[in-house]
Write a protein that binds this ligand. Sequence first.
Ligand SMILES: Nc1ccn([C@@H]2O[C@H](COP(=O)(O)OP(=O)(O)OC[C@H](O)CO)[C@@H](O)[C@H]2O)c(=O)n1
Length: 339
Amino acid sequence: MLVQPPNAVAVRATAAGKEPLFSFGVIADVQYADIPDGRSFLGVPRYYRHSLTILQRAVRSWNAHNHKHPVAGGGVRFCVNFGDIVDGFCPKDRSLAAVQAVVAEFDRFHGPAYHMLGNHCLYNLPRSKLVSLLRMPSGRAYYDFSPFPGYRFVVLDAYDFSAVGWPRGHPVAAAARRFLDERNPNADKNSPSGLAGVDRRFVMFNGAVGEAQLRWLDGVLRGAARRREAAVVCSHLPLHPGAASPSGLMWNYEEVMRVVHRHGCVAACLAGHDHRGGYGVDARGVHHRTLEAALECPPGTDAFGRVDVYPDGLTLVGAGRMGSTDMRLQLHSPVTELS
Ligand SMILES: Nc1ccn([C@@H]2O[C@H](COP(=O)(O)OP(=O)(O)OC[C@H](O)CO)[C@@H](O)[C@H]2O)c(=O)n1
């Protein structure tokens, strides 16, 4: 059975020729640092300064769209930054200034910016400091908000259970380290060498949603389903093997997706982290879009986007290296049994 949110009633038109209900801006993996260009561990060029220019162009584009389309209730109402605001190579005495420089660019956007934590954020600054600098509305790194009647956005903390971002000796860091030791035999736990298929996700630069956050997610989605809201889940780490390389996935993506599928109200899961980007639809009809990184765009190129939300789906309008993706609503009846 197809379940639709209240404002989907009787509207089955495609995006063409229709005004969106509202739009939001997206950008991922800015990884800004005021340092010369470099390369990833695997040799992919990274443009640490140019990524800030891309963010500036993104903000100008979102603001200009609102100027051109001053639709009542519509327009680019907010933007979402999918994490890794600063790069791990940023000299640590300049981490704070780098994050502040990026936040200052988001402040030029004429609406709220919603952030999430990535591994590179946590290489630079303590999570409590980041939660405050990034003005996370709940005072913690996971939260939800409703930007438009009938819609709910959920932001996950993908490093809630992780070996990064917790002080040495912290019980979470110690437990996450034991978790990795049991699954990754390499001395360097950032290396997926020898791991096969989705087991390649068991590396230190990934993490998981912890038990308390899973219970919170269950409650938020239960409430959304009861109110017949359509939900969008935002996470630094991708949640579907069809939309990312195995080494980029969240450790417990299956557990998170069981909660997501249980309520039948999630239209799409959006993510960053896997810089090449990806897209797939899972067996329950949930769209998974991993966004291309700003960091790996050579000067003169871009990677950011705008998502137009229609009663029957979401359309990502990508700029530059961020491809456009049409995601029609396929919400299903809730799954009552865990599979
Ligand atoms: N095989 C590897 C890969 C990486 N590392 C080290 O791990 C740290 C994080 O890697 P990095 O590529 O910078 O992580 P990102 O979050 O930018 O990107 C994630 C991937 O794209 C997911 O698909 C860094 O210190 C690397 O040197 C490693 O040791 N061995």
